[in-house]
Write a protein that binds this ligand. Structure first.
Ligand SMILES: Nc1ncnc2c1ncn2[C@@H]1O[C@H](COP(=O)(O)OP(=O)(O)OP(=O)(O)O)[C@@H](O)[C@H]1O
Ligand SMILES: [Mg+2]
Length: 270
């Protein structure tokens, strides 16, 4: 599943720098993402991986640099406008509405395409109701396509789902906004090998059904990094150490020392 190297660039970052007081969490990072490409982002704890996603999605305003989606500058726009333009994400820690049903969590993901606001819902119930019914229908369709298990549980409160299904639900909710770019922040964290394998298969299926969708996946799980992305970007202390095919970048001494070495040392700890 290799994206054509000449596919058009859909998302790019140039000179991205993010300072928090005296801390430089990201320094002059450039990246490009092409249509249909899967870009893995790896690096040790605190490397700046989530910061990069937070900049791209408008949660953080970079101290300098710019982000362009299909050539249009998007940094500085509020986060909801960026979602509406076609960038969706999941978070490192769950942001599901645990009391709401699985289905309603996906309906919420569609809200960027719904015209009725709260006031509409109150004043023009007819139109709002029809729109909500349509959103629920589309959400159910999406759930069924993403995971039959989730679909079967669509009326259960999200909090009752096992962890792996909650992760799938977050991905389904992000897809409900019909994104061009999907960003996943450590989707397999806290999962065992079997759940991780099942999740990888689901991500592959999601991509196969949407060949144009571009993905950025932050990952700690090296198996996922080795098997899923077309290309990886390695960060360390907010700097870009390398960008290329996993088989190539893993051989670069600086990368081995900074990431693989430290990771291996962590794993070797009793
Ligand atoms: N809102 C913030 N305010 C202050 N410092 C922050 C903020 N967000 C991130 N940082 C700091 O920026 C650095 C990069 O953090 P970031 O969360 O991007 O790392 P990460 O690569 O995602 O790490 P992890 O693997 O632990 O998730 C860290 O030193 C972190 O403490
Ligand atoms: Mg992070």
């Amino acid at each position: 599943m290799r994206a054509a190297v000449d596919a058009p660039v859909i998302l790019e970052g140039r000179g991205l720098t993010m300072r928090f007081g005296g801390l430089v969490a990201m320094a002059e990072v450039d990246f490009t993402l092409r249509k249909g490409e899967i870009l893995g982002i790896i690096g040790p704890n605190g490397a700046g991986k989530s910061t990069l996603l937070n900049i791209v999605t408008g949660l953080y305003r970079p101290s300098s640099g710019e982000v362009r989606l299909e050539g249009e500058r998007i940094n500085g726009l509020p986060a909801h406008r960026i979602v509406a333009k076609g960038i969706a994400r999941t978070f490192q820690s769950s942001r599901l509405f645990g009391d709401l049903s699985v289905l309603d969590n996906v309906v919420i993901g569609r809200h960027v395409h719904m015209r009725c606001g709260l006031l509409d819902a109150i004043l023009r119930r007819g139109r709002a109701e029809a729109e909500l019914r349509e959103a629920a229908r589309r959400a159910a369709e999406l759930l069924e396509a993403v995971s039959r298990t989730l679909y079967a549980q669509r009326h259960r409160p999200a909090a009752e789902l096992p962890q792996a299904d909650r992760r799938r639900l977050e991905i389904a909710r992000a897809l409900a906004s019909e994104p061009k770019v999907l960003l996943l922040d450590e989707p397999s964290s806290g999962m065992d090998d079997a759940d991780t394998d099942a999740l990888m298969a689901d991500i592959r299926a999601i991509r196969a059904a949407r060949p144009e969708l571009a993905l950025m996946i932050i990952e700690h799980d090296m198996r996922l990094v080795a098997s899923l992305p077309n290309r990886v970007l390695v960060l360390d202390y907010g700097q870009k150490l390398a960008d290329g095919l996993y088989e190539e970048v893993r051989l670069i001494p600086r990368v081995q020392e900074a990431y693989l070495g430290r990771k291996a040392a962590q794993h070797a700890r009793p």
